[in-house]
Design a protein around this ligand. Structure first.
Ligand code: TUI
Length: 318
């Protein structure tokens, strides 16, 4: 049994969080992951607060287990979403694309755990000072908005720089990778891409098929000015690269991106939609219930950790 500080902090069986992916991480997926012993999260994204409230109510109707909400700090509705989180008694939030510092005192008052995503050591230190309960160190293998460092390089540096429990993210889709990050000092993992193909995930079948078809080099970083987004290569990314080559301005590039994630998730537009996915997309090979994904990963991590321990003991005997 793999049990870490993250299990105690979040009151969950397994130290495995599901990524709070905007549009993708809805109540159905979050409830399935929580029911299976992980921590499911609703991705609030840029949704209005009342939409987020309905999602929270839906998860509560589907499971009595703990779940969380991911708050996206570039949303125009952050304040309203935060009010809903406080009103509905959500137990855990993860945060992305901004600093939750100003909300932490109120959240703490209600015993809500705050877990910011960080992509650098400086950000990790800053989040520790603002009173976060744990951190998600996210490497640039991840899907969607990425930092610059790989999980392999970032994780041990963040583990050494702060005292908080660290959850590893970016480039993790199976039990071997879970075992590896535990060996590097992580106390848990967050996985996004693998859950896109969970049976309970509501993304359009065409999106799931694109992930299932993906090969190792099929994701690409698009973006400018240090803001990069990892997606599966398609007509949209080629169009993007063409515009950049032609020296297009920020405004034009931004215009090309509007509504593309929704188009991929809701309409299944695999040509001009933004198919956010991590570098591990090629490791996702079938549609499975979330519970099966989680049991498979935990069993594999357990197996490889025991195997390496056996090797170590054999070495000692020799
Ligand atoms: O947020 C992410 N990944 C994302 S967001 C997204 S796209 C989206 N589209 C429409 C609606 C909503 C979302 C796709 N992928 N990752 C978490 C993350 N956050 N990584 C790095 C950071 C981060 C960056 C800067 C955290 C804090 C920060 O600045 C802190 C400060 O001081 O302002």
């Amino acid at each position: 049994m793999i049990h870490t500080k993250v299990c105690d902090l979040l009151q969950v069986k397994y130290p495995l969080l599901q990524g709070g992916m905007a549009w993708v991480a809805t109540a159905e997926l979050a409830a399935a992951v929580s029911e299976a012993g992980g921590l499911g999260l609703i991705g609030a994204g840029s949704a209005p607060a009342e939409v987020v409230r309905q999602q929270i109510l839906q998860v509560k109707a589907l499971t009595k287990k703990p779940f969380g909400v991911n708050v996206y700090y570039l949303s125009p509705f952050v304040e309203e979403v935060m009010a809903v989180i406080l009103e509905e008694g959500v137990k855990v939030i993860t945060t992305g694309a901004g600093n939750p510092g100003k909300h932490i005192p109120k959240l703490k008052e209600q015993g809500i755990k705050v877990i910011p995503v960080v992509s650098s050591v400086a950000l990790a230190k800053r989040m520790e000072r603002t009173g976060a309960d744990a951190l998600i160190a996210e490497g640039m293998e991840c899907g969607g908005h990425t930092g610059e460092l790989t999980t392999m390089a970032l994780l041990p540096q963040v583990v050494d720089a702060v005292k908080l429990p660290i959850i590893a993210a970016g480039g993790i889709a199976d039990g071997r990778q879970l075992a590896a990050v535990l060996c590097m000092g992580a106390q848990g993992v967050q996985m996004g891409t693998r859950f896109i193909c969970a049976a309970e995930c509501i993304v359009h079948d065409h999106y799931k098929e694109a992930v299932l078809k993906a090969k190792d080099r099929d994701t690409v970083l698009t973006g400018y000015n240090g803001h990069y987004v990892r997606v599966l290569k398609n007509k949209l990314t080629r169009e993007y690269q063409r515009l950049i080559k032609e020296g297009a301005g920020e405004e034009e590039l931004e215009k090309l991106g509007i509504g593309r994630l929704r188009a991929a998730v809701v309409e299944g537009d695999v040509q001009m939609g933004s198919l956010m996915a991590g570098q591990v997309a090629a490791m996702v090979q079938k549609i499975q219930p979330a519970a099966e994904i989680i049991e498979e990963i935990m069993a594999e991590a357990h197996k490889v950790l025991e195997q390496s321990l056996r090797l170590f003991r054999k070495g000692e005997e020799a």
